[in-house]
Design a protein around this ligand. Structure first.
Ligand SMILES: *[C@@H]1O[C@H](CO)[C@@H](O)[C@H](O)[C@H]1NC(C)=O
Ligand SMILES: *[C@@H]1O[C@H](CO)[C@@H](O)[C@H](O)[C@H]1NC(C)=O
Ligand SMILES: *[C@@H]1O[C@H](CO)[C@@H](O)[C@H](O)[C@H]1NC(C)=O
Ligand SMILES: *[C@@H]1O[C@H](CO)[C@@H](O)[C@H](O)[C@H]1NC(C)=O
Length: 411
């Protein structure tokens, strides 16, 4: 079993190498590379058998690798996603935007400026433009002004200057298809968590044949790779997915196309919804949660709107989590970050204390984290899964009962 796992991992890594992901630096998992090198390279199977892959856990809050392990490696790159899988994530998360020629890409900002080397590409200097994005005039190099071929010439860099810069300039932007392949070829079942990003803006600037919308292309892509089924269905457990968006109209629009589970993202309390212009209070009201629960399985709020923060100290939590739960909605807040500047003083610069608070006191159902490895370690220490990958809370409870029964007889 273990050997098989190893071999699957080796195959996966050689797949990664073959499919133009060659730039994955060996540093990322030196030990595994050494193991792989010591063995013959096996021919690439079209798909690793699903039967032997460890299933996704569904019994403890989901570890959602926000833009991959972007705390370590530049965001939304193949390397960041593979690192997150290696570190134990349940879901790899991505933002889907578009190129000028209609390809779906994994990229967070509508402009390329903050996280690529676009500034070094003099041949593109004349592409700088100003567009209105969500009511704000934004100037920069927009993904929708570049073909996929041109975007592939760029290299991604770390967004935060306080983080490791050694991988800057090494990895290209990847497509939605490439992202999905990383999940499907992983040595265990790994879910995906793609966002329909800035749909209002994208539908304004990118046109597809037959009058198709961004949302149509997005769902089509998932279906092409076999994603289907409602939350926790058999199909879903085989290829787990959450579709997320800040635009409720996009989620409602696709509800007739697929029953894949959807998550409504909720921005900071000061931001109106990008499509409906609804306020935070409106979108988090009981009446609205009651409406949206027919379309989504949960909400993804900014964590400081659940527990407000003043002067870097936590304040009294709001009732958003309990109200969402009372409507049968999961809560997956974002974004958990180890960086000292992101940790509120209450946690004493200890990310494990933050996870303990959110999982055991607030009681959330999933966490978007920039540092998947830390969240995974915390969960393995505090609520380990049973060996076969299925959590067996009832089984372990039963065992506890039996052992206490036995010890009572011993007395
Ligand atoms: C953006 O700039 C244009 C052109 O200068 C201007 O007409 C428009 O009002 C601006 N929009 C916003 C939201 O500031
Ligand atoms: C979904 O389909 C039903 C039945 O065809 C229709 O009544 C409804 O308006 C559709 N909803 C959306 C959001 O397209
Ligand atoms: C959005 O709502 C705000 C607050 O109600 C309002 O001031 C603004 O004009 C609205 N914007 C649009 C584009 O409707
Ligand atoms: C975080 O760490 C950096 C680097 O050590 C330091 O410069 C900064 O002052 C720290 N910030 C806080 C809020 O502790």
């Amino acid at each position: 079993m273990e050997r098989d796992g190893d071999r699957a991992w080796c195959r996966w890594r050689s797949f990664a190498k073959i499919t133009a992901l060659t730039y994955i630096v060996p540093v990322i998992c030196l030990s595994l590379v050494v193991v792989c090198v010591a063995r013959p390279i096996y021919p690439l199977p079209s798909k690793i058998s699903h039967n032997h892959r460890q299933p996704i856990q569904t019994s403890r809050p989901y570890n959602i690798a926000h833009r991959g392990s972007n705390g370590e490696i530049p965001e939304e790159t193949a390397a960041a996603y593979m690192r997150a899988i290696e570190e134990g994530t349940d879901f790899i998360e991505t933002d889907i935007l578009c190129s000028k020629d209609g390809f779906l890409i994994c990229f967070h900002d509508v402009t390329l400026d903050a996280t690529t080397d676009i500034a070094n590409h003099k041949e593109f200097a004349n592409r700088k433009r100003t567009f209105e994005v969500q009511g704000v005039n934004t100037t920069g190099f927009f993904t929708v002004d570049f073909t996929l071929g041109e975007l592939k010439e760029l290299r991604v860099k770390q967004r935060f200057s306080s983080r490791d810069q050694q991988y800057n300039g090494k990895f290209p932007i990847i497509t939605f298809d490439e992202f999905i392949s990383i999940a499907l070829e992983a040595p265990r079942v790994v879910g995906i968590y793609p966002e329909i990003k800035n749909p209002v803006f994208i539908n304004q600037h990118v046109k597809w044949p037959g009058g198709k919308r961004f949302e149509d292309k997005f769902v089509e892509t998932l279906k092409n790779y076999g994603y289907k089924g409602s939350y926790l269905s058999k199909e879903w457990q085989k290829q787990p997915v959450f579709i997320q968006s800040f635009a409720p109209t996009s989620l409602v629009y696709i509800s007739n196309m697929t029953d894949m589970p959807k998550i409504l993202l909720i921005d900071d309390a000061t931001m109106p919804m990008q499509d409906t212009n609804q306020s935070f209070l409106e979108i988090t009201s009981d009446a609205y949660l009651d409406y949206i629960k027919d379309y989504v399985v949960g909400i993804g709020p900014w964590k400081d709107t659940i527990v407000p923060v003043v002067n870097n100290y936590l304040q009294t939590p709001t009732d958003l989590v309990s109200r969402a739960h009372s409507h049968g909605l999961q809560v997956h807040p974002y974004t958990f970050r180890n960086d000292n500047s992101s940790l509120h003083f209450d946690f004493h610069e200890d990310p494990y204390q933050e996870y303990d608070y959110w999982i055991n006191k607030v009681g959330v159902d999933g966490l978007f984290t920039d540092f998947t490895g830390s969240l995974h370690n915390f969960q393995e220490w505090t609520s380990p899964l049973s060996k076969d990958g299925h959590d067996d809370k009832t089984a372990s409870e039963l065992l506890n009962k039996i052992s206490s029964l036995i010890s009572s007889y011993k007395n």
